[in-house]
Write a protein that binds this ligand. Structure first.
Ligand code: PAF
Length: 282
């Protein structure tokens, strides 16, 4: 596996691979890789001839007071895991290498960035869309692979790629969970033992709503109230940021389930802000 730090070198290699007719998959990450990322890299290795993994803690997707400086990092561990999962190239740019000091160009997808995480993290999705556009331009991938835990990010990037006619397919892969249901996340390291014990309750609340939807409940307010009641009982240390039922493609809130809908939640548990989601199939 090659480790490349220079963006121009990374792009030159990508253009040469494209000219050779090699199919490239890109797995963009912020590092501190875990089994969720591993599943994305393994999928990429099984579906593309050339696999690039990027590790870059993107400063522009963190707002003031968020955990940019504390964000966990493990470059050696990331390199070992990426290589073991089949990556051919690991792109690890220095923080200043992607953004010029006078950087002033942004990519925004406002309708998909307003709700859910966008409501409490106003600059987040502008930072994500901008850095992913840079990474797609540098890596020239045929397919870019993202986890479904960040469902809103996935929906927004799909729309961005469609609207800008970017020559790349976006592949979303299922959430990987601990045995007790907690969705894997680099931020799970922030959880203390008491918080970790309550954290599986996030998914359990979503599963309770999914069971109600299967049994015929179509009223979003009732489903949200069921999740909130579950959290009050089983995640008492949690501070709910949002509990929403949205259209899976547009991520706009729905009042009634006409077809499949997405239940999405964000809960602060100690220092961690955890997100999770579950498709509701009426
Ligand atoms: O999902 C993430 O890890 C990040 O938001 C991404 C897509 C790598 C952009 O920095």
């Amino acid at each position: 596996m090659d480790i490349v730090r220079d963006p121009q070198q990374f792009q030159q290699q990508a253009l040469a691979a494209r000219a050779r007719g090699q199919v490239t998959a890109l797995v963009p990450t912020m590092g501190f890789l875990h089994e969720g990322h591993a599943s994305l890299i393994r999928w990429a290795a099984a579906n593309a001839g050339r696999v690039c993994v990027s590790v870059f803690v993107n400063p522009t997707q963190f707002g003031p007071g968020e955990d940019l400086d504390a964000y966990p990092r493990n470059p050696e561990g990331d390199a070992a895991l990426a290589e073991a999962c089949g990556a051919d190239v690991l792109f690890m740019p220095e923080p200043g290498a992607l953004y010029a000091p006078d950087h002033c160009t942004w990519v925004e997808v406002p309708p998909l960035a307003q709700h859910l995480c966008g409501a409490s993290r106003p600059v987040h999705f502008r930072g994500v869309a901008t850095v992913v556009t840079m990474l797609l331009n540098l890596a020239q991938p045929d397919v870019a692979v993202f986890g479904q835990k960040d469902w809103q990010q996935l929906a927004l990037l799909r729309r961005m790629v469609r609207d800008l006619h970017l020559p790349c397919r976006i592949e979303g892969r299922p959430i990987v969970r601990e045995a007790d249901g907690l969705a894997l996340s680099s931020r799970n390291v922030y959880l203390g033992p008491a918080e970790r014990a309550q954290a599986p309750g996030l998914h359990a609340g979503l599963l309770a709503a999914a069971a109600l939807a299967r049994a015929g409940q179509r009223d979003a307010a009732t489903l949200k109230a069921a999740i909130a009641a579950h959290y009050a009982a089983h995640v008492p240390a949690g501070e709910v940021d949002y509990i929403e039922i949205v259209d899976p493609e547009t991520v706009q809130p729905v009042a009634t389930l006409a077809g499949a809908a997405l239940a999405a939640v964000a809960v602060r548990l100690g220092r961690a802000r955890l997100i999770d989601n579950e498709l509701l199939q009426p």
